[in-house]
Ligand binder design. Structure first.
Ligand code: ZN
Ligand code: ZN
Length: 482
């Protein structure tokens, strides 16, 4: 059995047939490339689900597609953070990453999954979007963009008999998927946005109120409250325009790299929200007004179904608006930070002082690190409190401030890490690692911003590797026990 699968797995000829360029003319891949693709898929699974996949595990394609959705989203967030337009400003690394990854995902289904498995994934994704089964998550808990990405890659498999899924070709089917996903996202926004604006914004172009009225019908279904019909429909639509930009940017980037259709030049500049919205929907082929978007009796039927999900948690705080994640806010004066952790004791040894309290800069949790008392077990291995916390807080990646030493420590995986200089400086502009000199220290916003940028752009792993290479020959630190 294993042998048989192995053969199937490494069969380069079935793979290369997907790249038929002209009749009788194949674009074949060397087996080394295929090996790399295989290993990439397996790694995505291994890191995402922290376990080694079995040969041809059914979840491998889903994990790869999911990580594609996440990658697109994180590049959109990275562009937002640096206040750059979506198109024309990506680094060549981001550009190469997206163009390769998005196309690679197109062949994952046919090569790293059985056709019938891909068909069943596709049906499951469809039923999540179209039905309100208790065994599926409710629409409020779904990352609609990633679901759309997975559906784009798997849906063609339903129309190809017993054969493998054909490559998605950005056809009318993809447009329907996008439109459905956008409707679902709009429903999420209506369910979660804070109180809507009562008046339209000044200088904000949006369609006349009569073209927006259909949105209130959808809002009434979502909230189950007829009083929402009194709201100004154009003002509510403007709120939705602003809030939906993150989703639309991700979608535009995704389809741009999937289809190769160039983006309009307007989107290579930073635009006010109303203009950006109108260029994005035009590029994506989406209707620009609620009247056109909801111009189907099924829209409200579907929304009612979503709202009837048995596990729907309507009052819960979900945020669907793309925002730049931040590190914790640190006090300007370092002595305030020292004071704030002075009462921190080792959680395992009744009231005893923790020698090396370390603060996770992602969530603010303080752990008692570098000590036997707070070691934890992670898949059969004893690890330090920082490593254990990084595992649950950042999937193995972590960034901490050792408060008593004023030192930054970063982790990448269980066995690698590095120390970095802290974002606190004395009056001469110098750091005081280990607090030996004892001069008053205050937060250097520039340094902290650099750390934030590094973390946000997934640069910690690279930083750790770089520092490990640079410092080879020194006494190695046992990162796992920190
Ligand atoms: Zn944390
Ligand atoms: Zn402890």
């Amino acid at each position: 059995m294993v042998e048989e699968l192995e053969q199937l797995h490494h069969d380069g000829s079935s793979f290369s047939q997907l790249y038929l360029v002209e009749e009788g003319c194949e674009l074949s891949f060397p087996s080394s490339v295929y090996e790399i693709m295989n290993s990439f898929s397996q790694t995505t699974y291994r890191v995402g689900l922290s376990g080694l996949p079995g040969l041809q595990d059914e979840r491998i394609p889903l994990m790869v597609w999911q990580s594609c959705g996440f990658t697109v989203h994180s590049i959109v967030v990275s562009a937002m953070e640096s206040e750059k337009p979506l198109f024309g400003s990506l680094s060549s690394r981001q550009n190469d990453c997206l163009s390769t990854f998005i196309r690679f995902c197109g062949v994952v289904g046919s090569n790293f999954g059985e056709p019938k498995v891909i068909r069943s994934h596709s049906l499951k994704l469809l039923s999540t979007l179209l039905e309100a089964e208790g065994e599926n998550p409710s629409i409020l808990e779904v990352d609609v963009f990633s679901l759309m990405v997975s559906l784009t890659y798997s849906l063609p498999s339903l129309f190809n008999g017993e054969g493998p899924a054909p490559l998605p070709s950005c056809n009318i089917q993809d447009l329907h998927i996008l439109r459905l996903a956008f409707l679902a996202h709009l429903t999420q926004l209506l369910a979660s946005l804070p109180p809507f604006s009562l008046k339209t914004r000044d200088g904000f172009r949006s369609p006349p109120a009569k073209d927006c009225r259909a949105l209130l019908d959808l809002l009434q279904v979502v909230k189950g409250d007829p009083s929402v019909l009194e709201l100004d429909p154009a003002a509510v639509w403007q709120d939705c325009i602003v809030a939906s930009l993150g989703f639309l940017r991700s979608a535009a980037l995704f389809y741009h790299y999937l289809s190769g259709v160039g983006a309009p030049t307007e989107l290579t500049e930073l635009l006010p929200p109303d203009q950006e919205f109108s260029h994005l929907v035009k590029y994506l082929g989406l209707p620009s007004t609620p009247r056109l978007l909801l111009d189907s009796p099924f829209s409200l039927v579907l929304a009612r179904r979503w709202m009837s999900h048995p596990e729907l948690r309507l009052g819960e705080k979900f945020s669907y608006v793309a925002a730049v994640p931040q590190l914790v806010q640190l006090p300007q004066d370092y002595s305030n930070l020292i004071n704030s952790i002075s009462s921190f004791t080792c959680p395992r040894s009744d009231g005893e002082e923790s020698k090396t309290p370390s603060m996770c800069l992602v969530c603010g949790t303080v752990v008692c690190s570098h000590s036997y008392c707070c070691q934890a077990e992670l898949e059969g291995t004893s690890v330090g409190a920082c490593t254990a916390h990084s595992h649950s807080c950042g999937a193995g990646t972590g960034i901490f401030l050792r408060v008593r030493e004023c030192k930054i420590v970063m982790f990448s995986g269980r066995t690698k890490g590095c120390f970095e200089s802290p974002p606190y400086l004395d009056q001469y502009g110098e750091t005081d690692e280990g607090l030996r000199r004892g001069n008053p220290l205050s937060l250097c916003q520039d340094r902290y911003t650099r750390l934030h940028k590094l973390w946000l752009n997934h640069g910690i792993a690279e930083k750790v590797t770089h520092n490990t290479e640079a410092s080879s020959g020194f006494v190695p630190t046992e990162w796992i026990s920190l």
